[in-house]
Design a protein around this ligand. Structure first.
Ligand code: SF4
Length: 315
């Protein structure tokens, strides 16, 4: 009896997951939809996606796909960017409460207030912001092209929002003076120098790769700094066999799939709860219900498109 019970509990969820995957696939074709997933999504979500990538890669992909429906697995600012770049498409986000806490650290109202006080300021905004905030920026950037974007704006009274760590890193790499908003990513901020030192001690031959959202002292202790896509390229091209990965754990999935003979370690703290809200059940439900849909007013879309397109031009 115990044995039969065990078989039921070990096999049933697997069959269920396979069924859900098949239903997602069938429904996706029926709805003429494309599924985009960020590198931080869970393994199962990345596996059902048509395209995975970082914010810049997915923003570009969103403007290239032919399908009229985009199911965006990630957090709300990413799905909003897809909508801004594709206003005629239906953009669906399976978990509408998946809001990046850093995006909430810099609101459109705060930027309006700032501009009324300092009309000459040029605002460079990380793409990890709401559509309302993007509508008030001069240019957006991602972690992949922040240095290039900052270089392109050199000379003015610059303010970088909202991520102080990425802003500091980009300013120093570009050799540009810039004020920084006091925002941060709680997931990357949770990675401490002590954690990095412990991992280095356990794996002395490992190369350390860090995302620029990490604390300055963590970046200083790293061998390579880059966006998730840049880390994927770096690990693939490197002759090293072991890597310490200082970013959200979801990146381990493509790193391990692309490099089966290499080993990757990451701190346990590097987990983003909002990126893990989407699972294959929520993707299936989104396709069944064709929602929740990203809805933005025309004025916000028109104002936010310029900063995003300027960002893509500097890819
Ligand atoms: S990893 Fe950080 S920046 Fe990315 S969605 Fe999570 S909280 Fe936001």
């Amino acid at each position: 009896m115990i044995g039969r019970r065990k078989r039921f509990y070990t096999i049933h969820p697997l069959i269920n997951t396979m069924n859900i995957r098949q239903r997602v696939q069938a429904l996706k074709e029926e709805r003429n939809a494309v599924i985009l997933a960020h590198n931080y999504c869970s393994n199962e979500v990345q596996d059902i996606a048509d395209h995975t990538g970082d914010s810049l890669g997915l923003s570009i992909k969103a403007s290239e796909v032919d399908e009229p429906v985009i199911v965006f697995c990630g957090v709300t600012f990413m799905a909003e960017s897809a909508k801004i770049l594709n206003p005629d498409k239906k953009v669906i986000i399976p978990e509408e409460d998946a809001v990046c806490p850093m995006a909430n650290m810099c609101t459109g109202a705060q930027l309006d207030e700032l501009r009324s006080r300092e009309p000459g300021v040029k605002i460079i905004g990380y793409v990890n912001t709401s559509a309302e905030s993007k509508a008030r920026m001069d240019i957006c950037c991602t972690s992949a092209n922040a240095v290039k974007v900052v270089e392109s704006m050199a000379g003015g009274d610059l303010l970088f929002v909202p991520d102080r760590n990425l802003g500091r890193h980009a300013a120093s790499e570009a050799g540009v003076e810039m004020r920084l908003w006091d925002g941060f990513c709680p997931t990357h901020q949770a990675i401490t120098l002590g954690m990095v030192e412990d991992l280095k001690q356990e794996h002395p031959d490992a190369v350390v790769m860090a995302h620029p959202e990490c604390r300055p002292e963590v970046l200083e202790a790293s061998d390579h700094i880059g966006s998730t896509s840049q880390m994927l390229d770096f690990a693939h091209g490197s002759e090293a066999k072991e890597f310490i990965v200082l970013t959200e754990q979801g990146l381990l999935h493509p790193l391990r799939s692309n490099n089966p003979l290499k080993t990757f370690y990451t701190p346990e703290a590097a987990l983003c709860p909002v990126m893990k809200m989407t699972d294959i059940r929520s993707v299936l439900r989104a396709l069944e219900e064709m929602g929740p849909e990203v809805v933005l007013d025309e004025d916000t879309i028109d104002r936010a498109r310029g900063p995003l397109e300027r960002m893509i031009a500097l890819r």
